[in-house]
Design a protein around this ligand. Structure first.
Ligand SMILES: Nc1ncnc2c1ncn2[C@@H]1O[C@H](COP(=O)(O)OP(=O)(O)OP(=O)(O)O)[C@@H](O)[C@H]1O
Length: 594
């Protein structure tokens, strides 16, 4: 089932973006929230830097006036140098704090996202593409950093300089200020219009990068299949098509961004020309001194700089909102709840002798057809049960339902006599061990894999490996339990992977063990040992095996025969050979005999 699921996931169309609301600046602040103290310090430093910057034209003006009046300039040049150095140091500290704030916000966004992703309902993860989800954690959170570092906090600080410059210009010549400001406002209005488009395009870009991530992920995860099928060229072309798509959308963004730059430089030039022309006329008519005009022009620089920074920030925030919308799409999906509800007392007393009871259980994936159809059976504590049936009968789905990866659409599942809906998912899973059909090992060491659920000493790990006949894997490398198993456990054989998963499940000492026997790793060599192992496991707990070996099936206390989601027969091997045509057929054609 795992392979099927994987194929479905990578081939599924991209999730609809419109399904979620668009992010706002408040969402951006939500991530900065934890760093609020820093933002206060940054703003304070911004104000101090603005003061040192604003003092410079005033000092230059004073020096010019003294030169014009044939007076000595005295210490003015040294004061100017000191102010410049001071401004530089303050701005350096501010810069570091801005980066720190941004990194904090990125961390907060990533934490939220990762914590949420790992708690999404399994059905939700089935529907999405892994590569795209990974891109949201890496790429989309990065744009939050860009928005903050490319001047969001910095430009709020720049507002101080802008306001100070405007006040100084107002005092020098209100008419000149009016002209300069009018030109600047027109430019800002044009740029703001362009940035709306930028937000839309960059959302498209993040999406295209997400698709590229998922295509690459798909190709790398199935690299063996792709090579063996001689499909490297085709798969490369698939990924390259995504690269090209991202490039095209990137060009759209480039076009829009490119518009911003000439717009602001034209506005700056027009502004300076207007101030120079009008200012020259004001000097000629005796309304302004040359020193005042020089001061005014220096202040104009100080006005334009933060203004262009603010414009840049609007663009970066636009991009960030695109990324935040994609982050929000994931955060808005409800997490898997613990699913424990207080149910009305049914009147029936739970029978603790019954390890597992299914009462009219039905299930379907999404809006698909019924995969389990009114399943009813009871398994007594300590029994060894085999589930058999043709491929697609719903055997793996049945195990998924018991361990609450999915909830049935109707009916009741009782584990240890209690309705599972009355217990949290964690409580149910603590008592039930589950070994999937193609159980992938987790990238990491043997020890990481064994101690995933519960801590275990080295001796316990070794015993668990010995129990599942895996001690030779331990002897293979001098690293012992610290030997790496590779991505998805590629350094182990399929059979070894499943036995490692079994060892992990056994270490958690479950009262019920669900084992989805692998169809692909059946070999005569291990046959006796596997039978031995299953005998040993079933001595300690209730065992439900989705079985593909006749030897696993024949000794079972009960065999459940499933067909198209329904339980069509149950009994022992001998009983079923007499009573069930499907079982006879399965025993003859599908169950492997060594
Ligand atoms: N995650 C999923 N989403 C949608 N449909 C699914 C999903 N998993 C399984 N199915 C469908 O449910 C049906 C039952 O699948 P299931 O894996 O339970 O069968 P099975 O009896 O275990 O088969 P096999 O013996 O081949 O492993 C199949 O038609 C399958 O396509």
């Amino acid at each position: 089932m795992t392979a099927l699921q994987d194929d479905r996931r990578v081939d599924a169309p991209a999730e609809p973006v419109a399904a979620s609301r668009r992010a706002t600046v408040m969402d951006l602040f939500r991530f900065v929230g934890v760093q609020r103290g820093f933002v206060g310090v940054v703003l304070g430093l911004g104000a101090a830097t603005a003061l040192t910057t604003l003092a410079q034209p005033a000092l230059v003006g004073r020096a010019l006036e003294r030169v014009a009046a044939d007076e000595p300039v005295g210490r003015l040049p040294w004061v100017l140098v000191a102010v410049v150095i001071c401004g530089g140091v303050l701005s350096g500290i501010q810069h570091y704090l801005v980066q720190r704030t941004a990194e904090g916000a990125v961390r907060s966004a990533r934490r939220d996202l990762v914590t949420h992703l790992l708690r999404l309902p399994v059905a939700e993860i089935d529907r999405r593409r892994t590569g795209d989800l990974v891109a949201r954690v890496g790429n989309d959170t990065n744009v939050v950093r860009t928005a903050l570092t490319q001047g969001f906090v910095e430009s709020i600080a720049g507002v101080f300089t802008l306001l100070g410059a405007m006040i100084a210009m107002l005092l020098l010549d209100p008419m000149l200020l009016l002209v300069a400001f009018a030109v600047a406002l027109v430019a800002v209005a044009c740029v703001a219009a362009v940035t709306q488009q930028l937000e839309r395009s960059s959302h498209g870009l993040q999406r295209a990068v997400g698709e590229l991530g998922s295509a690459t992920d798909r190709a790398l995860r199935s690299v063996r299949t792709v090579r063996a099928a001689n499909a490297t060229e085709i798969e490369t072309a698939r990924v390259v098509r995504r690269v090209d798509k991202a490039w095209k959308v990137g060009l759209d963004v480039a076009w829009v961004t490119a518009l911003v730059s000439p717009l602001s430089s034209i506005a700056t030039q027009v502004c300076f020309l207007a101030v120079l022309g009008l200012g020259g006329w004001r000097v000629a008519t005796g309304n302004l001194t040359v020193a005042e005009l020089v001061q005014f022009i220096l202040y104009l620089f100080l006005l334009i700089m933060p203004l262009s920074r603010i414009v840049g920030t609007v663009g970066a925030v636009g991009e960030a909102l695109g990324g935040l919308t994609r982050i929000g799409e994931v955060l808005d999906v409800p997490q898997e709840d613990e699913g424990a509800t207080r149910l009305a007392f049914s009147g029936a007393r739970p029978n603790p002798e019954l390890a597992l009871v299914l009462d009219n259980v039905s299930f379907r994936y999404d809006d698909g057809p019924a995969v389990l159809d009114r399943l009813t059976f009871a398994i007594r504590r300590g029994q060894r049960v085999a589930v058999v049936g043709p491929s697609g009968a719903g055997k793996s789905t049945l195990l998924n339902i018991i361990v609450r990866l999915y909830d049935p659409v109707a009916g009741i599942v009782r584990v240890d006599g209690q309705d599972v809906r009355e217990r949290t998912r964690s409580q149910v899973r603590a008592g039930v061990g589950y070994v999937e059909q193609d159980a992938p090992a987790l990238a990491g060491t043997l020890r990481d894999n064994l101690t995933l659920a519960v801590p275990a000493s080295d001796d316990e790990c070794r015993t668990a490996l010995a129990d599942v006949n895996l001690l030779d894997v331990l002897d293979r490398s001098p690293a012992g339990l610290d030997a790496e198993v590779g991505e998805g456990g590629v350094m182990l054989s399929g059979g070894e992977r499943q036995r490692l998963a079994l060892a992990r499940a056994l270490l958690a000492r479950p009262t019920t063990l669900l084992l989805d026997e692998s169809t692909s790793h059946l070999d005569g060599l291990n046959e006796a040992r596997v039978r031995d192992l299953i005998d040993r496991v079933s001595a300690g707990c209730t065992l439900v095996v989705v079985a593909h070996r006749l030897s696993t099936v024949v000794d079972s206390d009960v065999i459940l025969v499933m067909d198209r989601g329904r339980l069509v027969a149950q009994g022992t091997h001998e009983e079923l050979l007499r009573t069930s045509m499907l079982y006879r057929q399965l025993a003859r054609t599908q169950l492997v005999e060594h």
